[in-house]
Design a protein around this ligand. Structure first.
Ligand code: NCD
Length: 305
């Protein structure tokens, strides 16, 4: 059973194929409106979510399928102490595919090992978030026309930000990407990402605490929220939360062609004044996420339109 737990579970060719399907859906959504007729997606979300859960659900509805939903650990048997393995076996009796978000790293992997239907990781702790990466890749591809030869700045909480880890992994397979990692000392990209991805593949990267210094060279700026829920103490969170706030003033030295991405939710990392700037792509990114999830659901269910 094919599951997607990590962005590297999809080859570069498969990513291209998903982008092509998403573009085809955008061009002709009607063609896909009954593609998943009679199929059911279960969304199991044991952590807060607005975009990811609703975009999976909107994706399935727009494919003509149905949705079964568990939103929050409190409302499911997890609250009674049921294991992820047993939950996965149970859901396999009702649905055709599962999208799961869980605070524990690796929980979707355990679900995939026990389910008899495909499992999609919709975010596991501070680890991975492959379908956000699909949204990011389609956005970059639409804005830049390719996924190669660009300087990509990641800014904010690079330690706990799972979307950052997945996007670095994804972009590590394309030519000519320079990674600029901008964070406070305490929130640097984890060593395993530096060593197993950037160093291992001999990719060009720099680490800095200074966003302004690197701003002029960036083609993409990927802003992130400081992940309060993964901090061990509130004091550290309060000290670090406003490390980078993007304002029109700070964009003065940025390229005209810069694309600003953010997986959202935004707390205050990007001033709302920037929303009107043509370089702001974060709400397009939300929409792109729905199209890529539609393409992924079709692929994992083996449905060709
Ligand atoms: C992200 C997540 O859940 O990791 N949100 C999302 O799915 N778009 C980013 C975040 O919560 O900061």
């Amino acid at each position: 059973m094919r599951s997607v737990l990590d962005i590297l579970d999809l080859s570069v060719e498969e990513l291209e194929e998903l982008i092509a399907v998403a573009e085809d859906i955008i061009a002709d959504p009607k063609k896909y409106s009954e593609a998943c007729h009679g199929k059911k997606l279960a969304t199991l979300f044991f952590e807060p979510s607005t975009r990811t859960r609703l975009s999976f659900e909107a994706a399935m509805y727009e494919l003509g399928g149905h949705v079964l939903s568990v939103a929050g650990a409190d409302s499911s048997s997890a609250a009674k102490g049921e294991s992820v393995a047993d939950t996965a076996k149970t859901i396999s009796c009702y649905a055709d595919i599962i999208a799961m978000r869980h605070p524990k790293e690796g929980a979707p992997l355990v679900a995939a090992m026990n389910a008899s239907i495909p499992v999609i990781n919709a975010g596991d702790g501070g680890h991975n978030h492959p379908t956000q990466t699909l949204a990011d890749l389609l956005t970059i591809h639409r804005e830049k026309g390719s996924l190669s030869n660009m300087t990509v700045g990641f800014c904010g909480d690079l330690k706990f930000g799972r979307t950052v880890h997945s996007l670095i992994n994804a972009l590590s397979r394309y030519e000519g990407i320079k990674f600029v990692l901008i964070s406070p000392e305490e929130l640097k990209v984890p060593d395993y990402v530096i060593q197993d991805v950037l160093e291992k593949k001999d990719l060009e990267y720099v680490q800095t605490t200074d966003l302004l210094e690197v701003m002029p060279e960036l083609d993409i700026l990927y802003m992130t929220r400081v992940q309060r829920e993964r901090f061990f103490n509130e004091e550290d969170y309060l000290r670090l939360k406003d490390s980078y706030i993007l304002t029109p003033e700070k964009l003065k030295t940025a390229k005209e062609s810069l694309s600003i991405l953010h997986p959202l939710p935004r707390v205050n990392e990007i001033s709302v004044a920037i929303d009107k700037d043509p370089r702001a792509c974060y709400f397009k990114q939300v929409l792109n996420g729905k199209y890529m999830r539609m393409a992924l659901i079709l692929k994992l269910l083996g449905i060709k339109v």
